[in-house]
Ligand binder design. Structure first.
Ligand code: FMN
Length: 402
């Protein structure tokens, strides 16, 4: 029993009565029980009315699967390649800043879990562990995420550091010319590092283990940025005032292209027109993403934006998707439409809050097992066999009652 507590599997007696997580949703609930509400909401929330946040999930329910029976598939092959690198599953890890909010080792724990699973993690600029430390702490391939900030010198420095450290690809995020309006954070007065205020003290008091950890561990900072944030900075205001570049254009992307010899993935593309421009700028990969519904509210769900981007790209670059992927069947559907791989964001952050590196591993295990089961039940032998014949539009969203 004592060992159960020590291994971090349970933080209270009531926790012992709960079963292990069987799904990403179970891991999400565990994260919600462990994190103070303002911290959980920072990860969970979207922009404005969170319409796009919900649409990302709903889009998967509008697509139904058409299984083929008696296909004799004992062990479906989940392996594939991304940008020529082999991965054991078509699930990669999206860049998410401030991972140490979730658990002690933050981005380092995520990178180690990715290596363990034979997949790739895109380490964010807004990491709370230095990119060199993350790189040195695991052996698998890592990509580095960059935003075209207003300071060209800063961009050049980050690109040089990523190359020297041994990152194999750049992910350039283009959907944050300014930070979206995230009302959960505004209501809580979300700060980095988070501190209780009169309005939020009870949320922190209800999560003593998290609060103890945040008092005893080194303070949270944006470790890749030399000056770091002023203490108790408003995260969104810090980015808007000091980093973000509303004037960013395709010229900035071309400049980044000249700084980096390896492949670049453009993250945040949602239209055929932008996919075309991305190819003109020499991108090798396109990540269809709306930043998990945190930026422009009421833009399309990523699954709905995917077909037009694929049609524009016509195999001239690899196309990936993130946003709302929570089940193995979601990954199978995106791949059947033509995506090369999916990325997940919040799911691994929930895992990190649930149980550090082991929690991230758990999420990857759950998704892998679900993909395997889905492919077996659908009668598909491997990732290469996933095509549009597996899909049909659902008359009503799967799971909704007419
Ligand atoms: C808390 C949080 C922080 C994020 N930070 C970044 C970031 O620093 N850079 C970036 O390119 N995307 C960032 N994203 C977007 C993710 O990379 C990804 O696009 C999104 O989480 C995918 O949706 P999902 O969470 O539904 O899987 C962030 C997302 C969340 C939830």
């Amino acid at each position: 029993m004592v060992r159960y507590f020590r291994r971090g599997r349970a933080s209270s007696w009531s926790e012992l009565l709960r079963s292990d997580p069987f799904s990403v949703e179970d891991v999400r609930r565990s994260a919600r029980r462990r994190l103070p509400r303002p911290v959980f909401d920072f990860v969970e929330g979207g922009a404005d009315d969170e319409v796009t946040l919900g649409a990302n999930r709903a889009a998967f329910r509008q697509l139904a699967l058409r299984p083929r029976r008696l296909a004799g598939i004992a062990h479906p092959d989940l392996s594939t390649t991304v940008l020529g690198m082999p991965v054991r599953t078509p699930v990669l890890l999206s860049p998410i800043g401030l991972a140490r909010l979730m658990s002690r080792d933050g981005e380092l724990a995520v990178a180690r879990a990715a290596t363990h699973h034979g997949t790739i993690y895109a380490v964010p600029t807004m990491s709370t562990v230095r990119m060199e430390t993350v790189r040195a702490g695991c052996s698998g391939p890592l990509w580095f995420q960059l935003t075209p900030w207003r300071d060209n010198e800063l961009i050049a420095r980050l690109v040089r550091r990523a190359a020297t450290a041994g990152y194999t690809a750049l992910v350039v995020t283009v959907d944050v010319p300014v930070v979206g309006k995230r009302e959960r954070d505004l209501r809580h007065g979300f700060r980095v590092p988070p501190r209780p205020s009169l309005r939020t003290a009870h949320h922190f008091a209800l999560r003593p283990a998290w609060s103890r950890r945040s008092r005893t561990e080194p303070p949270l900072a944006y470790e890749n940025l030399a000056d770091g944030p002023p203490l108790l900075a408003d995260h969104a205001r810090y980015i808007n005032d000091r980093l973000a570049n509303p004037g960013a254009s395709w010229e900035d992307l071309k400049r980044i292209r000249t700084m980096w010899d390896g492949p670049i993935v453009l993250k945040g593309v949602m239209t055929a027109e932008d996919a075309e421009r991305a190819l003109e700028c020499g991108m090798q990969g396109i990540l269809v993403s709306n930043h998990g519904g945190r930026q422009l509210d009421t833009e399309l769900a990523t699954l709905d934006a995917l077909p037009a981007v694929l049609e524009a790209v016509r195999n001239r670059a690899e196309v990936y998707l993130d946003g709302g992927v929570r089940r193995g069947s979601d990954v199978v559907k995106a791949l059947a439409l033509g995506a090369r791989a999916c990325f997940v964001g919040r799911p691994y952050m929930y895992g990190l809050a649930h149980n550090g590196q082991d929690g991230v591993s758990l999420v990857l295990d759950l998704l892998r097992a679900e993909i395997e089961t889905t492919m077996t039940l659908a009668g598909r032998a491997g990732v290469a066999d996933l095509d549009a014949s597996l899909l049909t539009a659902a008359a009503v969203a799967i799971g909704d009652r007419p």
